[in-house]
Design a protein around this ligand. Structure first.
Ligand code: ZN
Length: 240
């Protein structure tokens, strides 16, 4: 799905993988679920690009619903995959998911989420055999030159990625605009968060970023300001 000419998304908005194009080359930000691999060629074609043009996969964090087809692409096409250094072991499947249970859940949305993920191979995710790492503040040498802003809490190495050329901030699961476990819409702490208080504190690190597109791992694009989204997450967190 096209968000802007150089910015596309795989999936229906429940689990997001983004394609970012700059000067004919593409970076994939989060690789969703394994089944998105089958959707990738057509989405690239819609951008006027192909698999040959994909230079890198960058992960906002090491959770399985963001790793998706990354290992397959790395093995078959030698596409480099990177993640913040604090989430590298998680991405390689060497440590358990630090999330403490589901948090609040409703059976309908929860089943929809697991069915959506399950039908797209979400239960047979392969961890990464190899992953390169980056640190806070790094500007990555990949198309779009994302700047890393560490936002720990969801996982220790959760990072937002600012792509100034697209006026876009990819927040990963620093917050979500849809809670996949309850169906609640609007900015809130993402489900499966390891440390919700830390996640809310981390939002101070992104709230002054100016971006036309604020793109979460789960839910639709937020088109208000980052500051407004952060205010709403804090408000909801304080009321829970
Ligand atoms: Zn996620």
């Amino acid at each position: 799905m096209q968000l802007a000419p150089s910015l596309h998304r795989l999936g229906n908005g429940l689990i997001n993988s983004y394609l970012v194009e700059e000067s004919g080359e593409v970076t994939i930000i989060d690789a969703g679920v394994p089944g998105y691999w089958g959707d990738l060629p057509a989405e690239l074609t819609a951008m006027g690009r192909s698999l040959e043009d994909v230079r890198a996969i960058v992960l906002t964090h090491g959770h399985s619903d963001h790793i998706g087809f990354a290992e397959r692409m790395r093995r078959e096409r030698h596409t480099p995959v990177s993640v913040h250094e604090l989430d590298a072991a998680l991405a390689r499947g060497e440590v358990p998911n630090p999330a403490k249970g589901l948090g609040p859940a409703k059976i309908g949305p929860l089943l929809r989420f697991f069915l959506y993920a399950g039908l797209r191979g979400g239960m047979r995710n392969r961890p990464l055999g190899e992953v390169t790492t980056f640190g806070d503040g790094a500007v990555l040498d990949v198309p779009g030159s994302p700047r890393v802003i560490l936002t720990p809490g969801h996982t220790p190495g959760s990072a937002a990625l600012h792509v100034a050329s697209l006026d876009a901030l990819f927040v990963g699961d620093a917050f979500a605009t849809k809670a996949v476990t309850t169906g609640q819409e609007g900015p809130g702490v993402a489900p499966f968060t390891a440390d919700a208080e830390e996640a809310v504190r981390s939002l101070a690190r992104i709230e002054n970023v100016e971006a036309r597109w604020v793109l979460p791992g789960h839910g639709e694009a937020w088109t208000g300001s980052v500051a407004e989204a952060v205010r709403l997450v804090r408000e909801r967190a304080a009321s829970q």
